[in-house]
Design a protein around this ligand. Structure first.
Ligand code: DGL
Length: 272
């Protein structure tokens, strides 16, 4: 028995965790943010894989029967290798899931034009993982992807509501819609981007479907737990969440308020 592990490179996964807590409040969660080594978005494949594996190992070692990689970059670059190569040796009865699949599944139900845009970190876009998953599930969809390397720093610096943010929000969106003006559905494929949603709406056509991941991923987790009683029965049901960070806990507690309305008390750990 143990909590559901939720991993992110830093704070962004809190936007996903918040939806887990809202849709599935009965479970215990153990959140781990690798704040000391964030961001992952521009790191190489091997580095993201190594860092993510260390975090997964820690969460499995803490008794989590299920770990969710609530980070697009980690899901895109490390999930497959961890599932196939590491988990069988580490904890064959436990599961590690990512957040790409639930997002991709939803896209097919939402788009009408079949033209979809993806915004994410450099790592997520360059990995091609969204493109691969979309071509598997919805071969008819035409995907246009764009990395937005300025957006995570804007949020991390608390500038996402400032007038200066408009410049970078418009810049990437203009590029994306110039590449494919028929896009009717936009995936915000990065945990930080929901904080930019008001500005993204201002700079995109009316009626555009904008996919934020938290609600989708939480609904998909609920469905997964229903279909997998062997995992669900090992998830603690105390309604409690503990927060771990690889950075100073005070820093995490202060910055977390940008990403979640909850008052958080965190504990610092080391992954190395
Ligand atoms: N959490 C990351 C993601 O969703 C964004 C932050 C980072 O680059 O580490 O891709």
């Amino acid at each position: 028995m143990g909590p559901i592990g939720v991993f992110d490179s830093g704070y962004g996964g809190l936007t996903i965790l918040e939806e887990f807590q809202r849709q599935l409040p009965g479970y215990d969660y153990l959140y781990l943010g690798d704040n000391a080594r964030t961001p992952y978005g521009n790191r190489s494949f091997n580095v993201v894989y190594e860092y993510t594996l260390e975090a997964v190992r820690y969460l499995l070692g803490s008794g989590c029967p299920l770990v969710i990689l609530a980070c697009n970059t980690a899901s895109a670059k490390a999930l497959r290798s961890i599932q196939q190569n590491d988990l069988p040796a580490l904890a064959p009865d436990s599961r590690v899931l990512g957040i790409l699949r639930p997002t991709v599944e939803a896209v097919g139900r939402i788009t009408r034009s079949g033209h979809v845009g993806l915004l994410g970190t450099q790592g997520t876009v360059q990995s091609g993982s969204y493109a691969i998953e979309i071509s598997k599930f919805h071969p008819e969809i035409q995907l246009t992807s764009l990395a937005c390397p300025m957006w995570v720093p804007l949020v991390e610096c608390g500038e996402h509501n400032s007038p200066g943010a408009d410049f970078f929000v418009a810049q990437y969106l203009d590029r994306l819609f110039a590449a494919d003006p028929q896009i009717d559905t936009l995936i915000l494929g990065c945990t930080h981007y929901p904080l930019l949603l008001p500005k993204i709406r201002q700079h995109t056509p009316r009626g555009l479907n904008i996919i934020t991941q938290g609600p989708l991923v939480a609904a998909s987790l609920a469905d997964y737990l229903r279909r997998h009683p062997e995992i669900e029965s090992r998830c603690n049901r105390g309604g409690q969440t503990r927060y771990l960070t690889t950075e100073a806990s005070r820093k995490f507690e202060e910055m977390a308020s940008v990403f979640t309305r909850k008052k958080i008390s965190a504990h610092q750990i080391s992954l190395i």
